[in-house]
Design a protein around this ligand. Sequence first.
Ligand code: PYC
Length: 421
Amino acid sequence: MKNRRRIAKYSALSLIKQSVTGRRWSRAWRHHDLQASYDVVIIGGGVHGLATAYYLARNHGITNVAVIEKSYIGSGGSGRNTAIVRSNYLTPEGSAFYDRSLELYERLADDLNFNVMFEKRGHMTLAHNDSSLRTMQWRAEVNKLAGIDSDVIGTHDIKRLAPAIDVSDRPRYPILGALWHPPGGIVRHDAVVWGYARAADSLGVHIHQQTEVTAIDVAGGRVTGVVTTGGRISTPVVVNCTAGWSTLVSNLAGVRLPITTRPLQAAVTEAVQPILNPVVVSGSLHVYLSQTARGEFVFGASVDPFSAYSTRGSLEFAEGLAGHVLELMPSLSHVRMVRQWSGLCDMTPDFGPIIGMTPVAGFYVDVGWGTYGFKGAPVAGEQTAQLLATGVVPELIAPFSLDRFERGDLTAEKGAAAVGH
Ligand code: PYC
């Protein structure tokens, strides 16, 4: 605590000093000219691409790496999610995978020497009927077997942990219980992007923003390079770490992905007094919410029921969301919604991501994250880096290979989605 206060005091003093002296901030990541060749080219400067670059450099000493981003870093799904992290998944593979991610998130601020504002608030998934209570029990048992802190709680505990939630029998969807997952919480998503970018840059990675990949060169079944709006790069390894455009980027290498792209909308309110500590989810009401340290409520819902590349919000969504939130927390009726947005979710048939090799040698994917992308970024980056460095598929990502769709060996992670999609 003392240490935290010292850091806060130091940061405040340095802010004042910078503004009074007019000294320029030093760049957190540098601009580089595009090299003619790199050992690895990562397409997508979101949290997945940057994490992969960082772990390649830090864990494996592979630093001749370019991250190519067509806009600015974090402009896609990384800056458009609701910043929730958790590992209470339904399958043993999913639970183990996301638990490693949570472990990395917990110590990310230390690792990156950058405050990513991780807050372990606890994650509560409400059950409004017997069948969802049964699914919660199932998830709790799977989680416990994997050593993950997760249990079913009753309304008394729900009220104790989140007093603002209406647990009476008045609502249209009365609450019967909840899956309670203490290690879950929220992380400041932009800070995660900036922290990975800054750390990767300091290890020698080149980050190229405003640079779009327009073609991927493949010869004799193997990647040889990429063409970008900044010039051609020769490289033996290309990793597709994009979201929203993952099918289009993979098509450039001639690799088809079983993905459809759907917008996912979210919204934020004005800041009010803190009244909600945990992250709260209701699958039946299709809503999840949390309150930021600044006091804003952040809400999200299901993906839109159609494929699109639009990142605009709709009035229909805002109305439906507000109605559902008020079912849970009537006390928010006077709080104003100030902004809404959407991000693009790449949905696979089994709600699991696609990570690893493809039929084109040297072309790898880390895509298909649906609504789980932000949660999975640290582990996906770490494991993808390990795969690239060693050529051996790590156990944690083996269940998420592209060829599972050919083998019919799907992961069935739909049941762990926060809300029904
Ligand atoms: O799966 O926890 C989740 C989630 C929250 C927002 C989108 N997905």
